[in-house]
Ligand binder design. Structure first.
Ligand code: KG4
Ligand code: ZN
Length: 333
């Protein structure tokens, strides 16, 4: 059985994972997140430079984690897009260099397909068709996932403005809570009343954008509420905001399942850690007879294991490797 080395550098995480026959053998991650905090978002040039420093040590750390050397590896997989162009180039250059030096086959991989594949490392093969909800600081997408190696991911919807995680981060700032806001809001909301404030549920109800997301209006609604409420209850506000996000995300994910007649929902991304998103998704999936799959947290956020997971599926499927002139696709759907 071939061991696949997966490399991910589409944003601020340098991720490397090793997978053989659907089993995660080891992984390592370096993040430049702290370098971006003072800019309030990921700065592509800083991310790319951090990848340059981190890529070789992270590959070595993943090999060490698995107790392997590069000689044990049988194929290389790398994210080619979507993502930040300069950041993607670092991973692709490293993958090509290893492939050129060793003669190993190289596979260019779609980042969002990788997110969906991450769950297979925890819960086994995906059914023939599933819906993927990818919710992080950078993505809010609904995907129709079919055979991950043969059929391109079908993008059902995206956010028109902020990503869900970004909304958590911005609302945390409005409430005087630290970055990253998602985990803090989750914690603070546990002591609040989610029905205290009825915040809007953007793009739900009768709308052209049945599956589309929008979070900037919700953020503005929270900002207005904070401005006009002198004795603000932070816990109630956080809980009510979180309830609105969880309601919108899960109702649209369930709509997508119904539209596509699919009975498996996979949720990944940093926001998949949110306790209310998880509990409401579980409630609604149970009511609709849909299986909910959420992988462990380290596989939800950007990582190299998910890219190795797709590479492993490609190898086992006998797919043709990419050529050595494979390049980045920052904006592919
Ligand atoms: O997938 P991720 O780690 O990184 C990228 O976006 O690339 O996602 C990070 C996002 C941040 O916006 C963070 O606030 C959010 O996920 N997040 C959460 C929770 N944990 C992390 N949002 C809501 N509730 C959480 N428990
Ligand atoms: Zn991602």
């Amino acid at each position: 059985m071939t061991i696949v080395l997966g490399i991910e550098t589409s944003c601020d995480e340098t991720g490397v994972g090793l997978v053989r026959d659907g089993v995660l053998l080891g992984q390592a991650l370096a993040s430049s997140m702290e370098e971006h905090v003072r800019f309030g978002g990921v700065v592509p040039e800083i991310a790319a430079r951090a990848h340059v420093y981190a890529i070789v040590p992270t590959i070595q750390a993943a090999l060490d984690d698995a107790g392997l050397t590069l000689h044990d590896v049988g194929a290389i997989a790398v994210t080619t897009g979507p993502g930040l162009a300069t950041a993607l180039h670092v991973g692709v250059a490293a993958a090509k260099a290893i492939a050129a030096a060793t003669g190993l086959p190289l596979y260019g991989v779609h980042h969002l397909a990788g997110h969906a594949a991450a769950d297979t490392l925890d819960h086994g093969p995906l059914p023939e068709r599933s819906i993927g909800l990818i919710v992080s600081g950078g993505h809010t997408s609904l995907l129709h996932v079919r055979d991950l190696t043969r059929t391109p991911i079908e993008h059902l919807s995206d956010t028109l403005d902020d990503a869900a995680g970004e909304a958590f981060d911005k609302v945390a700032r409005l409430l005087g809570l630290p970055y990253p806001g998602g985990p803090v809001i989750d914690r603070v909301a546990a002591g609040g009343d989610p029905t205290a404030v009825r915040f809007p549920r953007p793009l739900t109800g009768r709308t052209d954008s049945r599956l589309g997301f929008s979070f900037s209006g919700l953020k503005t609604a929270v900002a207005r509420y904070v401005e006009r409420t002198p004795d603000l209850d932070v816990a109630d506000t956080a809980a009510s905001f979180q309830e609105a996000v969880a309601d919108v995300l899960t109702s649209k994910a369930l709509l997508a399942c119904a539209d596509q007649r699919v009975d498996t929902l996979v949720i990944v991304g940093g926001v998949a850690a949110n306790s209310r998103v998880r509990s409401l998704a579980q409630e609604r999936c149970d009511a609709a007879g849909i299986e909910l799959r959420v992988p462990r947290m380290s596989l939800c956020t950007d990582n190299g294991a998910m890219i190795a997971a797709i590479g492993d599926l490609l190898v086992r499927d006998g797919a043709k490797p990419s050529s050595l002139d494979v390049t980045v696709h920052p904006t592919i759907e």
